[in-house]
Write a protein that binds this ligand. Structure first.
Ligand code: PLP
Length: 420
């Protein structure tokens, strides 16, 4: 799936399914996120197909896009959820994902969060440290229940991705070192309220090559064999997420090729496989639509000043991320070179430098592509800008799936103390 697969231009006008983006913009006002339901379904079914020969549960990584309409779309297709907070557990449940399809990751789960997850009866805790293991044991014992756990193993492989989204090197904060794993499992097996059932690994995000996965999974296979020899009943392997998407011109291995790697490295162990894709399900299923506020002639550059900013989409300033940018209507326009920037009072509020975009004027619509994952979820009210609404499209229908708040709603969250 490319950035434009589900958002093609037809006769110079950008569409999503049967609806012109400009028609949505008339009703919703910019900026807004727009998701294609068909794109989400297609990439989920792609994973299902690729893993159909293996006993696999797809646990969508909720943090990539936690909108209820997105989660409900995936829940209907049978998806589970990989969550990293109480809030995400609540979102998953509210959208219809059953607790027995929820795996709980995260380095700093609190007692309240563990208590809540245990009371629901989730599928698995992916435990990231020994103190966490002890806390889960304590809470499970107090509830007279048992927590099914896997340790998240840090396999010490380089994911060859941006350093802020690489998680499987020894120096990262995630998981327990593979060299200490056998000791940790021994300890876990002896603790009350704990049932050892699996092994978990997640080495990073936006991986464009399968080699780091193969390396990590090979180490995991060796560990599972060693753990079984130690007497542990390992029946689940959670292989994490991390498969990348095409933002610019990256060539991404197919989901089938990825599934084949999983099978080649882990298939002979006869474990249930959990996969936790996030970006690769949602990334190219969404765009951010903005309007040009002004075209500004700088001394050396021309700026397209948009009504969307880094508070709406932080990936370019946080990860130096590249997003394709198109004029929604290209008719009778030639390409020009622009710096595409937002209104926020920071130089980092830049979506692209020296980018070719069809000539645009104030009021024209601009589409920033590949924003379905890590877009809306990372947005903020910085500069007291409203969170952009979110829209989902299916066929000839569209719905606002998150509305734009009012200024009162934002300002009234603050409280002036009576003693002031
Ligand atoms: C973020 C995350 C994922 C999803 O990563 P993607 O790159 O979006 O597929 C999966 N598992 C864990 C533990 C994560 O933290």
């Amino acid at each position: 799936m490319t950035p434009v697969s589900y958002f093609p231009h037809k006769n110079d006008e950008m569409y999503v399914d049967d609806i012109a983006i400009s028609d949505i913009a008339k009703q919703v006002k910019t900026p807004f996120y727009c998701y294609s339901s068909a794109a989400i379904e297609a990439s989920f079914q792609d994973y299902q197909q690729a893993f159909s020969a293996q006993d696999t549960l797809i646990c969508y990584a909720v943090k990539a896009n936690s909108n209820q309409a997105v989660l409900a779309t995936l829940a209907k297709l049978g998806s589970g959820a990989d969550v990293v907070s109480m809030g995400e557990i609540r979102r998953a449940i509210a959208a219809g994902i059953p607790p027995n399809k929820i795996v709980y990751s995260g380095v700093a789960k609190t007692q309240d969060e563990i208590h809540y997850a245990l009371s629901l009866g989730i599928l698995q805790f992916n435990v990231e440290s020994e103190p966490e293991l002890e806390l889960i044991s304590k809470v499970a014992s107090s509830l007279n229940t048992t927590a099914a756990i896997a340790f998240r193993i840090n396999p010490d492989v380089c994911a060859q991705t941006h350093e802020k989204i690489s998680t499987g090197k020894a120096e990262n904060k995630f998981g327990i070192p593979i060299s200490k794993a056998q000791l940790a499992y021994k300890k876990a097996a002896a603790l009350p309220g704990i049932k050892v059932q699996g092994v978990d690994v997640h080495i990073g995000s936006q991986l464009t090559s399968l080699a780091p996965f193969a390396e990590a999974y090979q180490r995991i296979a060796e560990l599972v064999t060693a753990l079984r020899a130690d007497g542990h009943d390992i029946s689940v392997i959670d292989v994490g997420g991390g498969l990348g998407i095409t933002y610019r011109d990256e060539v991404i291995p197919s989901k089938q090729a990825y599934a084949d790697i999983v099978n080649a490295q882990l298939g002979q162990l006869n474990c249930k496989i959990i996969i936790e894709p996030g970006r690769s399900l949602l990334g190219n299923a969404g765009i951010l639509v903005a309007s040009v506020v002004f075209v500004k002639e700088g001394e050396e550059r021309q700026f397209l000043l948009l009504d969307a900013g880094m508070n709406d989409l932080i990936r370019p300033s946080m990860y130096d991320a590249y997003h394709q940018i198109f004029a929604v209507n290209k008719a009778k326009k030639s390409l020009k070179t622009y710096d595409v920037v937002g209104p926020v009072c920071e130089t980092g509020d830049t979506f692209a430098k020296a980018r070719q975009v069809h000539e645009s004027n104030a009021g024209d619509l601009i589409a920033i592509m590949s924003c379905g994952a890590y877009g809306a979820v990372m947005s903020s009210n910085y500069n007291t800008r409203m969170l952009a609404p979110e829209v989902m499209v299916k066929g000839s229908k569209f719905a606002i799936v998150k509305k734009r708040p009012s200024y009162e709603e934002i300002i009234n969250q603050d409280i002036i103390p009576s003693w002031l």
